[in-house]
Design a protein around this ligand. Structure first.
Ligand code: ATP
Ligand code: MG
Length: 253
């Protein structure tokens, strides 16, 4: 059965999507059968691989309607071993669609069950919120990976995320584990970044990955060319950082 990793932090712009896309690509390069599920209505992950015209049905259709199966919307990418489940802006109305449905938090877990055996690793990119979408993701996950940006107020909101983790672990998903915390957008030239790194290590201890994702302009550019960093700039520090993170993640799962 696949390892299922939710990448989440309700703070916006901390590197969730960049981490989801490039970690997935790094696993695929290691010959792991990898599925990347876009759970953000902004669809940034989806747009790294496809144009909007290439996406007809999305994860919204699977979660909102029992007739649409996950297998119907899994799309192979041009990267060997990497498939993507696309998102669309329609996903923003999921909460309204599922209001009052007793199985609302379990929709993703149930939908994923028939395809879990087809993959070694499933990664889920979440929106910057702790609503029904992130709850579905944590109910379906075996592990939670939290990117934290090395910036002022880095850990703001972390308490709420950890409280959500505990709540989900208490009832719907006792198997859910905190896989780790990865520091992103790290600028080693600034004292602030180093201070934040120290603070995060004080709070999360051994859960902090040794790999730190440095600021690297190639990571920012690659989605615009519909590439992951490994095809866009294979010799960049961004590619190296995500390769190291992938190795560390595989040691932990
Ligand atoms: N290590 C990095 N170096 C340089 N730029 C980065 C790095 N990581 C992310 N970025 C850029 O920072 C911005 C935010 O990153 P990203 O979209 O991955 O964050 P996010 O947490 O998914 O945001 P949101 O909460 O809106 O979904 C993007 O423009 C991205 O290209
Ligand atoms: Mg994102």
């Amino acid at each position: 059965m696949a390892t299922v990793i939710a990448i989440a932090n309700q703070k916006g712009g901390v590197g969730k999507t960049t981490t989801a896309v490039n970690l997935a690509a790094a696993f695929a390069r290691k010959k792991k059968r990898t599925l990347l599920i876009d759970l953000d209505p902004q669809a940034n992950t989806t747009l790294t691989f496809f144009s909007l015209e290439e996406v007809s049905q999305s994860i919204y259709d699977v979660l909102a309607d029992h007739q649409v199966k996950m297998a119907d919307i899994v799309k192979p990418t041009k990267c060997p071993n990497l498939c993507v489940v696309p998102s669309k802006i329609a996903l923003a109305k999921l909460e309204a669609t599922l209001v009052g449905q007793f199985d609302a938090p379990y929709r993703l877990k149930d939908a994923l069950a028939p395809v879990r055996d087809h993959f070694d690793i499933i990664l889920m990119d979440n929106p910057p919120a702790l609503g029904l979408i992130t709850v579905n993701s944590l109910v379906a996950a075996t592990h939670l990976l939290v990117p934290i940006q090395a910036a002022y107020y880095a850990m703001e909101g972390c308490d709420d995320l950890l409280e959500t983790l505990e709540r989900i672990r208490a009832r719907p998903n006792p198997e859910l584990q905190l896989l780790g915390v990865v520091i992103t957008l790290f600028d080693k030239r600034t004292n602030l970044a180093r201070d934040i790194h120290k603070q995060v290590c004080q709070v999360f201890g051994a859960k902090v990955f040794k790999t730190v994702i440095g600021k690297n302009v190639r990571l920012e550019e690659s989605p615009a060319y519909k590439e992951t960093v490994f095809t866009y700039a294979p010799d960049s520090s961004g590619a190296e950082d995500y390769e190291h993170l992938a190795r560390e993640v595989l040691q932990r799962v």
